[in-house]
Design a protein around this ligand. Structure first.
Ligand SMILES: [Zn+2]
Length: 85
């Protein structure tokens, strides 16, 4: 028998408690780091058009989605729509 394999199996079987430990904090940290990295990149040299800038723009549009105004064309359409009399 290979002792290492035995060890792994034992860990997997006995380590069910590990699955209950929430680990989203790690991912959130990564999100924050990425966001800070992208913001720093853009604020340092502006939008230079590199993949990082594209990521920044994508993330930014998603994060600012809830703050974005309704599209003016739509508002105009609504305003121009004749009320049924
Ligand atoms: Zn860039």
């Amino acid at each position: 028998m290979i002792p290492e394999l035995n060890n792994m199996t034992t860990k997997l079987q006995g380590g069910s408690n590990l699955l209950r430990v929430p680990e989203p904090a790690d991912e959130n940290d990564v999100l924050r780091e990425q966001l800070e990295y992208l913001i720093a990149h853009v604020s340092e040299q502006g939008i230079c058009g590199c993949p990082d800038c594209e990521r920044y723009l994508r993330v930014r549009s998603v994060l600012l989605e809830i703050f974005s105004e309704p599209e003016p064309t739509r508002a105009q359409q609504l305003a121009a729509m004749p009320m049924a009399a």
